[in-house]
Design a protein around this ligand. Structure first.
Ligand code: G16
Length: 553
């Protein structure tokens, strides 16, 4: 078989966002669209500059490849394999059937000491021919590539004139074992094995087995996504949870029409089960690529920010964290609930921009052990991605170790540390020009807000969040407009970096309540005043014509 050199032209807009390049499937299916991005990536990994000649750095390297199984995944895998072969990659470790959850890909990269991995996923975005597709690169630490690398790939993509691709036939990606694509070795691996080994090293599997033996009940909704096989293998096959504990467990190319985003809006079936009088003890869900999680108790929903705080407070009860935590990190829009725990524990707490990639340096430098985000993501130093099933097992282990329910763990937490009422309001599908103008006006108005009163609250800080990475010194500016008030409340505005249609404005609302007798107000009611401030400051309804947020979680 021969390597072909095929002329191409650059596509505009191939700049990776919060987590890789995400576009409509129809965009990715344009001839050469995927190929261009992959060539740009392989060129950069091969040591090329934006417009320099091809290098050879990949010739003795291993890459990991797999995705969440959404529509276009299998085709993309074959294309990428042929491009990798023609660009001199020595070996590819491929998840069987082209499947690897995002945290499992991270685990494989780390355990097998690969150069990095290509992950095919648009995460929680809907799939199918009319849905979304995505591709991202994770580096040798197992974590999302940093901005320097993604910018280099973008620059290269804009200068691309040709791609290199093998004209070999498609290979069998469904049978475990080693095969060859030209000079490149492809090893089709069990997508679960490495990941399961990591979980075994962190949690008390005997304790968990005993819980299920004694009749503990769990409903885990895998949302017809890639997490299903992982959850079945670990919970049902290894820990003895009854068959049927994991529902929607078969990964489907269109997620069975579900929106695989584990939040109270999109996981409505799980919420309905957990609100019933005969609800299971514990409920949980994962997203399209199994890196997000939502945890619930009977008639009780845990917010991601509270989840991170509770996990931090009790981490020593989990075998993998019995020596304590080095520190914790949260993204800026995530509530400050975990900050209070870190203070009591006497450990550092870092505030980073949105995007898991910002946690990588802190984890690599040994400055933090747990990380979390308001967007239903929690993780630890065991991999370099957020990890849905890990978080679900952590909460299971926590319930087993304390003998307490999810609700009682959270309520006790509020009692001890106070409650950070928290909500995110999303305004989806706004025309980009309107969203950009709204943010530009907010930024322009920043100097005038300090000292301004809104009802009983006064603004003490108004800024556009900027992050200086404490490890490598790199600065990421314009990460979100913040209004902080004298009572600790805040309103944050930013545009999503993961959408594929128009713009999504995210408004994050938070206020603190120390008094246990006032910790039971419905969340939207508790935050109504702050929502009104956000509207007053940004004029969202007038500008967008929307009567309210499309999603409030
Ligand atoms: C990605 C990132 C997360 C981020 C989330 C939302 O998650 O990895 O760090 O919090 O997007 O980002 P945005 O607010 O910009 O839409 P995932 O699960 O989509 O990969």
């Amino acid at each position: 078989m021969a390597n072909q050199t095929i002329p191409t032209q650059a596509f505009a807009g191939q700049r990776p966002g919060t987590s890789g390049l995400r576009k409509k499937v129809t965009v990715f299916m344009q001839p050469m669209y995927l190929e261009n991005f992959v060539q740009a990536l392989l060129d950069v990994l091969n040591g090329c500059r934006a417009d320099g000649p091809a290098g050879t750095a990949l010739h003795d390297q291993t890459l990991v490849l797999g995705g969440d199984g959404r529509y276009h995944n299998r085709l993309a895998v074959q294309t990428i394999l042929k491009q990798a072969a023609a660009n001199g990659v020595r070996r590819v470790l491929l998840g069987q059937g082209g499947l690897l959850s995002t945290p499992a890909a991270s685990a494989v990269i780390r355990r097998r000491q690969a150069l990095g991995g290509i992950i095919l996923s648009a995460s929680h975005n809907p799939g199918g021919p009319d849905g979304d597709f995505g591709i991202k690169y994770n580096a040798s630490n197992g974590g999302p590539a940093n901005e320097a690398l993604t910018e280099a790939v973008y620059a290269r993509s804009q200068n691309l004139r040709e791609i290199r691709c093998s004209d070999a036939s498609d290979i069998d990606i469904d049978t475990l074992g080693v095969r060859w694509l030209d000079q490149m070795q492809v090893e089709v691996i069990d997508p679960v094995a490495d990941y399961a080994a990591v979980m075994r090293s962190l949690f008390d599997f005997d304790l968990l087995r005993g819980m299920f033996q004694r009749g503990f009940t769990l409903r885990l909704d895998a949302m017809n996504a890639v997490g299903g096989p992982y959850a079945k293998a670990i919970l049902e096959n290894e820990l003895g949870a009854p068959s049927g504990t994991v529902v929607n467990a078969l990964p489907l190319e269109d997620f069975g029409g579900l929106h695989p985003d584990p939040n109270p809006v999109n996981a409505e079936d799980l919420i309905a089960h957990m609100m019933r009088a005969d609800a299971p003890d514990y409920g949980a869900a994962m997203d399209g690529d199994a890196d997000r999680n939502m945890v619930l108790g009977r008639q009780f929903i845990v917010t991601p920010s509270d989840s991170l705080a509770v996990m931090t407070a009790h981490a020593r009860l989990i075998p993998g964290y019995r020596d304590g935590l080095l520190g914790v990190a949260r993204s800026m829009p995530t509530s400050a609930a975990v900050d209070r725990v870190a203070k009591v524990l006497g450990i550092p707490c870092f505030e980073t921009p949105t995007g898991w990639k910002f946690f990588g340096n802190l984890l690599d430098a040994g400055r933090v052990t747990l990380c979390g985000e308001e967007s239903y993501g929690t993780g630890s130093s065991h991999v370099r991605e957020k990890d849905g099933l890990w978080a679900i097992l952590f909460w299971l282990n926590l319930q087993g170790a304390t003998g307490r329910s999810v609700e009682s763990l959270v309520r006790e937490h509020w009692h001890t540390y106070g409650r950070n009422y928290y909500s995110r309001h999303d305004y989806e599908g706004i025309p980009t020009v309107i969203a950009d103008a709204l943010m530009a006006d907010l930024r322009a108005g920043l100097p005038g807000w300090r000292g301004q009163a809104f009802g009983s609250r006064t603004v003490t800080l108004a800024d556009d969040f900027s992050y200086a990475d404490p490890v490598d010194g790199s600065v990421s500016a314009h990460q979100g407009v913040r209004l902080m008030f004298d009572d600790g409340a805040r309103v944050v505005f930013r545009l999503s970096g993961t959408g594929t249609e128009g713009a999504t404005l995210r408004v994050y609302l938070e206020r603190y309540e120390a008094d246990p007798s006032r910790q039971d107000t419905p969340v939207q009611q508790a935050l109504a005043e702050l929502a009104a401030v956000a509207e007053q400051v940004a004029g969202i309804r007038t500008r967008t014509g929307m009567a309210g947020p499309s999603v409030a979680t």
